[in-house]
Structure formats: structure tokens, C-alpha cells
Design a protein around this ligand. Structure first.
Ligand SMILES: O=C(O)CCC(=O)C(=O)O
Ligand SMILES: [Fe+2]
Length: 319
């Protein structure tokens, strides 16, 4: 992949400064390399070569097909990443990635509602119409001409950093699917959640495959069929609860997005303080509208936060 080599050569290789802060050192790094890009709020440390190689050798166990419900097609790796590595990868990514708490307004039937996304999010990637050139700017994937499009202007797209690129490449090799986007959710506690939805946006094309990784605390992944049309209510399907553990990966494919909904419900009481969970999804956006949508809802226009390992919470990143 010549594009990647040139991009790495341009951004990826800067010696790490000796540490003067108390914010680490993190496990899994160690070769002193970082991924850089003008749109990153800060450089993102690469995984060491040995960890990178280990990720290329995954999954730890083969996936099991779950398709015993109408319109459902899942491939469940339990786990994909062995637990010792998943634990360190959780800490590494929480420390290294920039996170956002996105807020936005939705208008439904003339009524405007303010939404505060109930979890931390971040996103990297570019839809199929473009690739990043050596300067890290989108160029047309067919002609190589620099793209000037307002869909890329408000929030400039950022390439997938090497640490997540390692996992993307492994996931592509194992699933045979192609992915150009990486979305990350951080659920700091049981109070963070994602409500029932399906990832069936038009910009993903028909029957998209989405690979979804869990790191850190175990959280319940709930699935239920969308309402059946009148007369078909008897096509009985029962809701599913998958208690996803650290290192697990679930590939959702076929009609899973068009016919089913999924969620991570809140947890209360003694289950609420769980140490946090990271979810990584790999997806393939086909058109520029997908890029615009993903950056709007996962980066947004608010401030950047970064994990503070002393305070053990996300803190405003002043750069
Ligand atoms: O956290 C999860 O496992 C699910 C996340 C999800 O459904 C999404 O980001 O669309
Ligand atoms: Fe989803």
C-alpha cells in the first residue's frame, strides 16, 4: 500500500521526548513513534512493533455465527483480543485518543430538542470517494485531484492513527470486509449509554457490515427486531442480550442493521462504577455525506478532552 507508506513516512516517525510529566508511561508503546496530523489535537502514540505484530495474528478464537433469529446475522468473537492485551489496549487508547462530548439540536415536527450525547466519542477516517495525500489532505480517490467540498470543510477529516490502523487491518483480513472509518465510544461509567438505534444510514450502502470491539468493563449489548409490518407480527423474534466482555468483537452484517436495533443501556446502583468501557467500530462510508455526518456527531464543534491518569477523569485539553 504505497499511500500508507508515504503517509507514515511523513507523519508517523518522530522520536518521543523524554517524559517530564506523570501521565504515563503507558504499556504497549515503547518504540517512540507517534502518528501526527494537522487535524489531530495532539500526536497519538503508536503501538510497539511487537504489539502491532500480535494484533496482526488475531483473533484469539474463531467467531461463532448467530443467525437463529429472523433477519439477524452476527459473527461473535469471544474474544478477538486476549484479555491481557485488551486490558492494556483499553488503558492505552483512553490515554492517547482525543475525546469529545458532542451536543447538537434535532428538529422533529417543528420542535427543536437539544441532545447531549451520553458518552465520550471520537472518529477517524474518510469515505470511499477520497484518500489522504502526503500532506494529510483529502484527494479524489480516482483522479488524485485535491477535493474542495464543504462537507470536508467544517471539521477536517483525520486519518486513522497507526494504533487503530493495526486493528483495522486485522479486522479486514479476518472478516474479508473493507472499512474506511473508525468510531470510538468511551463509556466512563454505567451512566454513559447509547439508546436503541440502527446504523443503517444511506451513506453506508445496502446491508453494511460493522465490526464492533469491546475493551474494559463488561456491558450488556441489547438487540431487538424493528417493529414488523401489520400482518407479520407473528414472525416471532426474541430480544437478545450479549454481555460483551473485554476483547470481544461482534461483526454485524446482512440485514442486521436494516431489521434490528441495538443499544448499550445505562447501569445503576452498584453496577454503575465499572472502570469504564471503550467501544471501537469499523465501518465503510461510501460518500462524502458519511464523512460529514460522522465528524459532526462524534467530534462536533465543542472542546477536546484527554484522559488525566492522575485525576482519573477526562480533562479539557488545552494543547
Ligand atoms: O458500544 C457499543 O457496543 C455499541 C456502539 C454503537 O452501537 C454505535 O456506536 O453505533
Ligand atoms: Fe450502533
Amino acid at each position: 500500500m504505497p499511500e500508507k507508506r508515504t503517509l507514515d513516512a511523513f507523519f508517523g516517525v518522530t522520536p518521543k521526548k523524554p517524559r517530564t510529566d506523570t501521565n504515563g508511561p503507558e504499556p504497549l508503546s515503547g518504540d517512540g513513534l507517534k502518528s501526527m496530523h494537522p487535524a489531530y489535537p495532539h500526536p497519538i502514540t503508536d503501538l510497539s512493533l511487537s504489539v502491532s505484530k500480535e494484533i496482526a495474528s488475531l483473533p484469539a478464537r474463531p467467531g461463532k455465527v448467530i443467525n437463529d433469529q429472523p433477519d439477524l446475522d452476527l459473527l461473535y468473537f469471544e474474544p478477538y483480543i486476549p484479555s491481557y492485551l485488551a486490558k492494556d489496549l483499553f488503558k492505552f487508547l483512553r490515554q492517547e485518543l482525543p475525546f469529545y462530548r458532542v451536543e447538537y439540536d434535532i428538529n422533529r415536527g417543528g420542535l427543536s430538542t437539544h441532545i447531549k450525547t451520553p458518552r465520550w466519542t471520537t472518529v477517524f477516517g474518510l469515505d470511499d470517494t477520497s484518500i489522504f495525500n502526503e500532506a494529510g489532505l483529502p484527494i479524489d480517490s480516482k483522479t488524485g485531484v485535491k477535493v474542495s467540498d464543504k462537507k470536508y470543510d467544517t471539521i477536517p477529516p483525520r486519518p486513522i492513527p497507526k494504533c487503530l490502523e493495526d486493528l483495522r487491518l486485522s479486522t479486514e483480513a479476518v472478516t474479508g470486509c473493507k472499512f474506511n472509518f473508525c468510531l470510538v465510544n468511551y463509556y466512563a461509567s454505567g451512566a454513559d449509554s447509547i439508546s436503541y438505534h440502527s446504523d443503517d444510514e444511506r451513506f453506508l450502502g445496502l446491508d453494511p457490515a460493522i465490526a464492533s470491539f469491546s475493551l474494559g468493563a463488561r456491558r450488556d449489548f441489547m438487540l431487538k427486531h424493528k417493529p414488523f409490518p401489520p400482518g407479520e407480527e407473528d414472525k416471532a423474534s426474541k430480544p437478545l442480550k450479549l454481555p460483551l466482555a473485554s476483547g470481544d468483537m461482534i461483526l454485524m452484517r446482512g440485514t442486521t442493521q436494516s431489521k434490528w436495533l441495538h443499544s448499550i443501556p445505562k447501569r445503576t446502583g452498584k453496577n454503575a462504577e465499572d472502570g469504564g468501557r471503550i467501544n471501537i467500530t469499523f465501518r465503510r462510508a461510501m460518500v462524502k455525506g458519511g464523512t460529514e455526518n460522522y465528524y459532526n456527531y462524534n467530534v462536533g464543534s465543542g472542546p477536546v478532552y484527554r484522559w488525566d491518569s492522575m485525576k482519573k477523569e477526562m480533562m479539557l485539553w488545552k494543547g
